[in-house]
Design a binder for this molecule. Structure first.
Ligand code: NAD
Length: 372
């Protein structure tokens, strides 16, 4: 098996298995979102159907921690760009949550429903083992708890597992997002009470569904959309939600919009049609471009920076790697800080006239640079 050092020295080498790992840091540096990544690796195994990118952005605060997304991007470059943008966000997410980890993320370019086989995961586990000291993975879109457990049996650098004790991070992410929506509504309107408030949720997957349940219990009215119609039907039946089309959810009239599907949904094209006071959801990289936050601000829409509000799952996953062992109480205490951090960011944004994502980035950079 190749070691990571061997990968760095020899750009492409075939191990005795059919896995080939290549250091593509130089070629990735021309792509959007590169932003000084320390290392970008491409793993290919034609026999076992694997094309995987592991992006390690910054390990100043500790080993890179971030999930693996299994998704069939339109092109290879789109997959690498997604890995880079997600990985960069993980650096800031861990820093703001006060975790001793850096940022990294992986993308397996595959359709999780059709291509995810034990053989593919075996090949990926081999690749993960090569970066065991620098990158720890966990769940993301397309990667389930069962997949994480399967990988964990082959390499130790997998968290968010049953073995390690933290389990699926989605419910913890949803809790942080729920508390974040309350904080955003409080800042925007003076009250964080959700009773009678309308929240539009885009995406009823692991996080979106758990969030919908919490919101429903708090008396919120739900508008929901998912490309998977059965999820919407379930929400209508079980939570009394109103289902809307995937096209109209971003135009829905509501107090808050919670993007909980994929990234890039807030853009120059969609901002003009938004009819909400607050954008606060779990999706990573909700803004297509950093400057879209300026357009949101101009429209008077309060944006809860994604890597601040959606850190609950990362906090839970990171607790699994704590030398003292997984401690749920500590996890809940750290998630409880998310709304306070957001409130500080909102207040700083008001004071300085800057968009909230700019303030969040400054806070993350301060922590990475050891200023506080
Ligand atoms: P998931 O795959 O379980 O759910 C995503 C849902 O979005 C699916 O139900 C899917 O059908 C739906 N969807 C996809 N495209 C859509 C569209 N155009 N319109 C409406 N629905 C659409 O993923 P998840 O774990 O719930 O994560 C959701 C988002 O939150 C992702 O962006 C993920 O990166 C982010 N996130 C998740 C966690 C976590 O703990 N799972 C943590 C931080 C961030």
């Amino acid at each position: 098996m190749l070691t990571e050092a061997a990968v760095a020295e020899r750009p492409a080498e075939k191990s005795r298995s059919s896995l080939v790992v290549e250091d593509i840091t130089a070629s990735a540096s021309t792509l959007e979102g590169f932003d000084g990544h320390e290392k970008v690796l491409l793993g290919r195994d034609d026999d076992r159907g694997l094309t995987a990118i592991i992006a390690i952005h910054n390990t100043t605060l500790g080993p890179a921690l971030g999930g693996t997304r299994i998704w069939m991007h339109d092109s290879f470059d789109a997959a690498v760009t997604d890995a880079l943008r997600l990985s960069r966000g993980m650096t800031f997410k861990a820093a703001i949550a006060g975790l001793p980890f850096g940022g990294g993320k992986a993308v397996i370019r595959a359709d999780a429903k059709r291509h995810k086989t034990p053989q593919l995961l075996d090949a990926y586990a081999e690749m993960l083992a090569m970066v065991r000291n620098r990158y720890v993975t966990a769940e993301d879109v397309g990667m389930t708890l069962a997949d994480a457990d399967y990988l964990r049996r082959q390499t130790p650098n997998v968290a968010g597992t049953t073995v390690g004790g933290s389990g699926n991070p989605s419910g913890y992410t949803a809790l942080g997002v729920f508390l974040g929506i309350e904080a955003a509504l409080k800042h925007k309107t003076g009250s964080g009470d959700l009773a009678g408030r309308t929240v539009a949720i885009q995406g009823l997957g692991a996080v979106g569904w758990a969030l919908a349940e919490r919101l429903s219990r708090s008396g919120a009215r739900l508008l929901v959309a998912d490309i998977n119609e059965s999820q919407c039907n379930k929400a209508v039946e079980m939570l009394g939600a109103e289902a809307v089309s995937t096209k109209s959810i971003l135009k829905a009239e509501a107090d808050a919009l919670a993007p909980c599907a994929l990234g890039g949904v807030i853009s120059q094209q969609t901002i003009a049609d938004l009819k909400v006071g607050v954008v606060a959801g779990s999706a990573n990289n909700q803004l297509l471009h950093h400057d879209d936050a300026i357009a949101l601000k101009k429209r008077g829409i309060l944006y809860a920076p994604d890597y601040v509000i959606n850190a609950g799952g990362l906090i839970n996953v990171a607790a699994e790697i704590d030398p003292g062992g997984y401690d749920r109480e500590k996890v809940m205490a750290k998630i409880a800080v998310i709304p306070a951090t957001l409130s500080d960011i909102f207040a700083d944004a008001d004071r300085t006239g800057k968009p909230t994502n700019e303030i969040a980035l400054q806070l993350a950079m301060k922590r990475i640079n050891g200023d506080r």
